[in-house]
Design a protein around this ligand. Structure first.
Ligand code: HEC
Length: 551
């Protein structure tokens, strides 16, 4: 199936481009200014963003309240300023200076999901279940925006919720009936986060931005298909091309984004509700992605090629779809795939394939999320979530709620499970340059490291108490781990040398970013799963590395 629909950002904003691809249209010069509160004091760490057509550029204010935005094409920019405890301020500018005076505002609709989390008592298991269950797919900002429905309305709504977008409903009638009263305790007419609530905002702790983040520039592009849900971002470090899956069943796409021309190329997947999840860039520059589809079909993976064509990869007799593809760094023809209770090894050159059975614990491990929140009848299972392959070709697979990471011996198929009581969950996993496995403890709000030689686990605490690391990626050259930090709406960088975290708050609310990709310049690309943005965080402190790379 070939598809060559290409969107160019420059086309969309109505500019003409010369044959060389250089814009010849007018640009607004850079805009700068100062952000203060109502008494004239500078506001530090406010997000100032300028939007022009499909492109948004954002920076943070320094401790003097000052910001400076880079020049953007077009002749008018809409600028908005967003800071904790203040109302959003907006202005239209044509360049030069734009100062903002913010007015105080504390409102549930202005809090991100990790801030809302402070309003749930630590011992209220049903309400915590609602927080984490809903947070499996989106933050509490989403139900807060629809608060006020009584129990019966929630009970009727939940069984259809995901079906609207994914063609698949994840909440059974029975489960909806169980959780609807707890949902209504939070988001009902008289709920603690309902329309009549007077929350105690003194409980809500805002995590201040680190000084190291203030040098960053964040750019976002609105993905052309309406309601796009970019799930996982992968960057081809040889060509700079950015690949991502669009989970939304209305578009059912894979996209390639070219950062130089700022244009998107769309690949239609010829399978209903394909649920394209997480892929890997292959040595020839194509992108192989797992399809988490529940359809009865032999189609398991999609392969998007740089020439604009797409092929499907089939494996008949396998009951369900697949999710994550990871390359074997010790053999460029081999990929490993997470596929429910199995993990697959596929040699793309010889077409040899082998399916390995995942291990299953006898009981939920102590301290694990699955153990703590188990409902009657819940049993341990063998489903894998994410996967990474170490330098010797050994795959490491995570089991999300069971907080297990297991390895597979590719020859014997023997598996080995790793868990420690301080692990609450294991979502994204990635092997670093020393073959340690870094993992996202999504439900435990931490970043973890498994020493594969000793089996010891070390947990690292991010500045945000309710951080929720999702997908993790490594920048081996510079020694950083990056992760999408879903509930606080951040992308976060962790320094492998001094263990310092730098959280970068994202410019558009409710991103629900999932898997990040790192480019050759050390920038982190993320997808706004619930706001349809493709974004990139340029930390602004790796310029020396950039020079070194281009020499
Ligand atoms: C399996 C994934 C999943 C889970 C878990 C989930 N949601 Fe959703 N939810 C979705 C999707 C997908 C949408 C978007 C639907 C759409 O755009 O039509 C959504 C949308 C919503 C909306 C907004 C509808 C609108 O029109 O604005 C509300 C409210 C909501 N969810 C509440 C909840 C609550 C409460 C929970 C937890 C009890 C929850 N969700 C758990 C997937 C999920």
């Amino acid at each position: 199936v070939s598809n060559n629909r290409v969107w160019s950002l420059l086309m969309v904003v109505g500019l003409s481009t010369a044959a060389s691809g250089v814009s010849i249209a007018a640009a607004v010069g850079s805009v700068s200014g100062v952000v203060t509160d109502s008494s004239g004091q500078p506001v530090r760490g406010a997000i100032v963003k300028a939007t022009q057509g499909m492109k948004t550029v954002a920076r943070y204010t320094g401790s003097d309240g000052r910001y400076r935005l880079p020049a953007l094409p077009g002749d008018r920019l809409s600028i908005s300023v967003d800071a904790f405890g203040f109302a959003v301020a907006t202005k239209t500018a044509t360049g030069g200076t734009a100062n903002f005076k913010l007015s105080d505002q504390m409102d549930l609709s202005r809090l991100n999901s990790s801030e809302l989390r402070y309003l749930i008592p630590e011992d209220n298991i049903p309400q915590l279940r609602v927080y984490y269950e809903c947070g499996n797919c989106h933050g509490l900002e989403v139900p807060v925006s629809r608060s006020g429905m009584p129990v019966e309305a929630w009970r009727g709504f939940l069984p259809h919720m995901s079906g609207y977008r994914w063609g698949v409903n994840f909440f059974s009638d029975q489960h909806s009936a169980l959780v609807a009263p707890w949902v209504a305790e939070l988001f009902g007419p008289d709920g603690t986060m309902g329309p009549n609530a007077h929350p105690d905002y003194s409980k809500v702790k805002h995590t201040p931005i680190r000084d190291a983040a203030l040098k960053a520039t964040i750019t976002e592009y609105t993905i052309p298909s309406r309601g796009a849900q970019p799930h996982s971002i992968r960057v081809d470090t040889a060509t700079d091309m950015v690949w991502f899956s669009d989970y939304d069943s209305q578009s059912n796409n894979i996209y390639q984004f070219n950062p130089k021309s700022e244009s998107f190329r769309e690949y239609k997947i010829p399978l209903r509700n394909a649920a394209a999840h997480t892929g890997a860039v292959l040595s020839d520059g194509s992108y192989l992605v797992g399809l988490d589809s529940q359809e009865k079909t032999p189609i398991k993976l999609a392969l998007a090629k740089p020439d604009g064509t797409l092929q499907t990869v089939e494996w008949a007799g396998k009951p369900r779809g697949s999710r994550v593809v990871a390359r074997d760094p010790s053999n460029q023809d081999v990929v490993w795939v997470v596929a429910g209770p199995e993990t697959w090894r596929m040699n793309l050159k010889t077409n040899e394939r082998r399916a390995y059975q995942n291990p299953k614990p006898k009981a939920f491990p102590a301290g694990s999320f699955a153990g703590r929140f188990a409902l009657p009848g819940d049993e341990p299972n063998s489903a894998g979530y994410d996967l990474t392959v170490d330098s010797k070709g050994t795959p490491w697979v995570s089991q999300l709620g069971q907080a297990i990471i297991f390895s597979i011996n590719p020859e014997t198929g023997e598996t080995k499970m790793y868990n420690q009581p301080q692990m609450v969950s294991a979502r994204g996993v990635v092997a670093d340059a020393s073959d340690n496995i870094w993992f996202a403890d999504y439900y435990g709000h931490k970043l973890g490291m498994l020493d594969t030689k000793t089996g010891a686990v070390t947990m690292y605490l991010p500045p945000n108490r309710y951080a929720s690391p999702y997908g993790v990626s490594v920048d081996k050259k510079r020694g950083f781990i990056w992760y999408a930090d879903t509930m606080p709406n951040n992308v976060t960088r962790f320094n492998l040398k001094n263990h310092e975290f730098v959280e970068y708050p994202l410019p558009t609310a409710n991103a629900d970013a999932r898997f990040v990709g790192i480019d050759a310049q050390g920038r982190a690309w993320y997808g706004g799963f619930f706001n349809s943005q493709l974004g990139v965080v340029d930390p602004g402190d790796t310029a020396g590395d950039q020079l070194a790379t281009s020499r």
